[in-house]
Design a protein. Structure first.
Lengths: 373, 339
């Protein structure tokens, strides 16, 4: 299957079954099912969503630049997926728990993760950047789909303990082919676990089009597992917010899991080590540029009479501040101490590792003695 | 003291752990209503309810992955893998998640999980029901690997494993489930021998014979037989495969000068290889002979009618003892090159 065939199968845009409140021109469309879920979103709230997306797009661009300058080893850009991530993460309560993959920088941003915490992993100075219990967000997962099971387990525990909070698992279209994700669906459905599966179908798993993962829209799979599946325009932040709120609410009320397929597009490479020109066309990209998540919200704000000079200035100031913090953070990340390589392998003393550690310390000390001579 | 089978001792240990700590939750296939295919969890669902003794869908990755999520929120999951050969679908969750999350999270997320695996052969079973996968796990940083061999240890060690803040792969010698022994049900964990410490189960002066799990009894029988021929064998029940209690082995080998390691798992890259290498490094000058391994062959586990030719038994262990002793043995006439 070639990339151009993908559109022909309707996997990315099948009219009629896609929840969309805001089309790509920025026109608001009424939706009796989901309008109530965003009835509280006034112009100020729209401006805040706009600002969030502008900020994370800027952070993402800065991080890519930092990688190009040699400050980061690798960076997986989120460009194009701002609405999917901001809309869904804004739907969460502070105590809900996020189990994400490695691309959910915007989600992390909204969970209060600081730039220095976000970048340390990609600079290679730490195995993870934040305390999951403080941010209510697990350390990001690189094994594709593995975190979906962790989210379900967390949710099973929440249900048993009478905790009203919900787990949300982020993963991509490629992950839907993984056993872990399908097993997560089975467990979640069997135990009515309060979990939301949030799939960002960005069209690509590195070079593989979503058509290779599925012959039909991903959301349809949910039905077979016994949970509702819903497709939403992932570049429509309002629709994503509405749909995620709906899914979280039903999970919170004990109605079990739901699957959301947010149809979006990865505008950049898989990571900074990837070259998407090898597998997709400029036309493809141009079509998706027309569906940009930020510009359509910008248009809606303008049409709704917002003070656009203030909206733009506010967003720019926030983005500038975040970007400056990010750059400053890079220089504030110290290189790790050599002996810290042994830290936290075990929670309890371990005789084998302690011996290895003490021997390596002696080896390193040999160089200190040489320096002393 | 109460006389219990090894299986019942595990059952009592699990019961005690469930009673002592509300965060302990058992998960696995058929462990609830049925009580497990070996009945190790018999009666526990009735006593503690389906939220604490959870019959899960048939998915090892699912069991282990959801156990990770439960551990994330403070539970101490005890996972039953029905048979040794069924653990591989859950392998990624064990080695890439369970083992690494404490490290990855820089010590903030603990994984106090126990992965119970009935292991080993000798029961005439079908394929995938008799394996010894321990070396996969001893090779994985972040895991502890424990093997019990008798009812008294089983009762204490399963509770110690559950109390550990590190993930433990807990290997149960399935062919010894029905072996009886004296168990102190009032045993206090604080007074018990730590599960990381090996036990000298038979004293001897000529050869140190190290093994674990089902072969501990075989090794003790071999020591008795060897004594009749005037060879004094010291048998060590390793108990902890990762980390290995080298101080106990080393102290013994310094006296005997000879080491034999026996296990059902294959030879290549096995626990015996690790112990032989480590003991050679640690007390080379005390060794009178090269360490000897007596192991299963490096083959897929064979059909039941052939397993007697795969598993080390009393005679093969004695042959290994003879090799270490320089007595006539199966390889006596074989040159080093061919051997």
């Amino acid at each position: 299957m070639t990339p151009s065939d993908r559109e022909a199968t309707g996997l990315l845009t099948r009219p009629g079954d896609l929840v969309q409140l805001l089309d790509q021109a920025g026109t608001r469309h009424a939706n009796p099912d989901f309008d109530p879920w965003v009835a509280d979103v006034d112009t100020d709230a729209l401006a805040a969503l706009h600002r969030d997306m502008v900020v994370v797009r800027r952070l993402d661009a800065e991080a890519t630049a930092l990688q190009r300058q040699g400050e980061l080893g690798l960076w997986p850009p989120l460009a194009g997926q701002e609405a999917a991530q901001i809309g869904s993460a804004r739907a969460l309560d502070d105590e809900d728990f996020v189990f994400s993959s490695y691309r959910e920088h915007a989600v992390a941003w909204l969970r209060g993760v600081q730039p220095v915490e976000l970048l340390s992993v990609w600079r290679g100075t730490a195995a993870s950047g934040w305390n999951p219990y403080e941010k209510r967000m697990a350390v990001p997962q690189i094994i594709i789909g593995a975190q979906s099971l962790h989210a379900v387990g967390w949710a099973m525990g929440a249900k048993v303990q009478g905790d009203e909070h919900v787990a949300i698992s982020y993963f991509g279209d490629g992950a839907t082919s993984e056993g872990d994700v399908n097993e997560a669906f089975v467990f979640a459905a069997s135990f009515d676990a309060p979990v939301v599966f949030f799939c960002q179908n960005n069209g690509w798993a590195i070079s593989e089009p979503v058509g290779l993962q599925s012959k039909q829209p991903l959301a349809r799979r949910a039905d077979g597992f016994g949970m509702p599946g819903i497709r939403v325009d992932g570049n429509d932040v309002l629709a994503v917010l509405a749909v995620t709120r709906w899914a979280l609410d039903r999970a919170r009320r004990g109605e079990g899991p739901a699957f959301i397929e947010a149809v979006t597009y990865r505008m950049g490479p898989h990571t900074t080590a990837d070259d998407p020109k090898r597998y997709r066309t400029d036309d493809d990209l141009a079509a998706w540029r027309e569906r940009d998540p930020i510009s359509r919200l910008h248009a809606l704000l303008a049409a709704s009479g917002a003070d656009m000079a203030a909206v733009d200035a506010d967003a720019k100031a926030a983005a500038d501040r975040a970007a400056a913090d990010l750059r400053a953070a890079i220089t504030n990340i110290p290189d790790p101490e050599p002996m810290s390589v042994f830290d936290h392998v075990y929670a309890e003393p371990n005789s084998h590792l302690e011996r290895q550690k003490s021997r390596y310390a002696r080896y390193l000390a040999m160089f200190d003695e040489e320096d002393d001579r | 003291m109460t006389t219990l089978t090894l299986g019942k001792a595990l059952n009592e240990g699990l019961r005690r752990a469930l009673a002592d700590d509300d965060t302990v939750v058992l998960m696995g296939e058929d462990i609830g209503t049925l009580g497990g295919v070996f009945r190790i969890t018999d009666g526990l669902k009735a006593e503690f309810g389906g939220d604490r003794v959870v019959d899960t869908p048939l998915s090892e990755a699912g069991i282990l992955g959801t156990a990770v999520g439960l551990a994330y929120r403070g539970f101490r999951p005890v996972v039953e893998i029905q048979f040794d050969g069924f653990v591989y679908p859950g392998f990624d969750q064990i080695v890439a998640q369970v083992a690494k999350l404490h490290y990855r999270s820089r010590g903030t997320v603990k994984m106090p999980m126990v992965i119970r695996i009935p292991f080993g052969g000798g029961i005439g079973a079908a394929e995938h029901h008799s394996e010894s996968p321990e070396a996969y796990f001893t090779h994985t940083a972040g895991l502890r690997v424990i093997a019990c061999s008798n009812p008294a240890d089983a009762y204490v060690m399963i509770r110690q494993a559950i109390a550990s803040d590190d993930p433990v792969v807990f290997l149960e010698p399935k062919r010894r489930y029905h072996v009886k022994g004296e168990v102190d049900l009032d045993a206090n964990l604080a007074d018990a021998r730590p599960m990381g410490v090996a036990t000298v189960v038979a004293s001897g002066r000529d050869v140190t014979l190290v093994t674990y799990g089902a072969l501990v009894q075989t090794a003790k029988d071999a020591a008795t037989a060897a004594a009749e021929e005037g060879v004094s064998v010291e048998v060590i029940d390793l108990r902890s495969l990762a980390p290995v209690d080298y101080s106990t082995i080393e102290a013994s080998v310094r006296r005997t000068g000879r080491l034999v390691v026996a296990h059902e798992a294959g030879e290549q890259g096995g626990v015996g290889a690790e112990i032989a290498a480590s003991i050679t490094e640690r007390c080379f000058e005390f060794l009178e002979a090269a360490p000897v391994r007596v192991t299963g062959h490096d083959i897929p586990y064979p059909p039941a009618k052939l397993e007697q030719h795969h598993l080390p038994d009393l005679d093969r262990i004695l042959d290994g003892v003879d090799r270490a002793m320089g007595r006539p043995n199966s390889l006596s006439d074989v040159s080093e090159v061919d051997a």
